[in-house]
Write a protein that binds this ligand. Structure first.
Ligand SMILES: [Zn+2]
Length: 175
């Protein structure tokens, strides 16, 4: 009679005992074994999960501990440095430095806003010396009329209503 040994358990004896038992006992034993195996699997799952969480929070805890210790050592050495060197802590000085950079940006923005106004003023200055006379009635052109002519390309004489185009403006500039 050959006996099979796995993990030093006499399986053959268990099987022999199992086969001798009545049917209802065999069913109960199978249900019991299945239940035990299911519970064992669930138990192993939660143990592994628990171990996983344990390891995760342990590592997290170690991380924050090291971070805290690092910060603590940094503060201690920083305090020692300022205590030994006699220099004042630049905490109060650091605040205005952080507020300082926005000020040049505001000045720069104001400069940008002022820039478009400059060409208009220049164009008005160019218009003023140009003095033209109407070819129909001979009256002098007003500044607003020359300005309209330069901007739109077309203007009408305020005295006789004669239409003046860009070509007329060119003839004024060439004189
Ligand atoms: Zn005219």
């Amino acid at each position: 009679m050959s006996e099979v040994y796995i993990f030093d358990i006499a399986w053959q004896e268990i099987i022999d005992w199992f086969l001798v038992q009545p049917i209802y006992a065999q069913v109960l034993v199978l249900i019991g074994v299945f239940a035990v195996l299911t519970l064992a699997v669930i138990l192993v799952y939660y143990i592994l999960k628990g171990v996983g969480y344990l390891v995760y929070y342990l590592l997290k805890g170690v991380y924050y501990l090291l971070k805290g210790l690092g910060l603590l050592f940094y503060k201690i050495f920083e305090g020692l440095y300022y205590a030994i060197s006699g220099k004042p802590k630049p905490i109060k000085n650091a605040a205005p430095e952080q507020q300082a950079p926005p000020q040049p940006q505001i000045i720069y923005q104001v400069k940008q806003e002022q820039e478009p106004i400059v060409p208009i003023q220049q164009s008005e200055q160019i218009v003023r010396p140009e003095v033209g006379f109407c070819s129909e009635c001979g009256n002098k052109f007003s500044d607003s009329m020359l300005h309209t002519l330069q901007e739109r390309g077309i203007a009408y004489c305020i005295h006789c209503g004669n239409k003046k185009t860009q070509e007329y403006q060119m003839s004024i500039e060439s004189q």
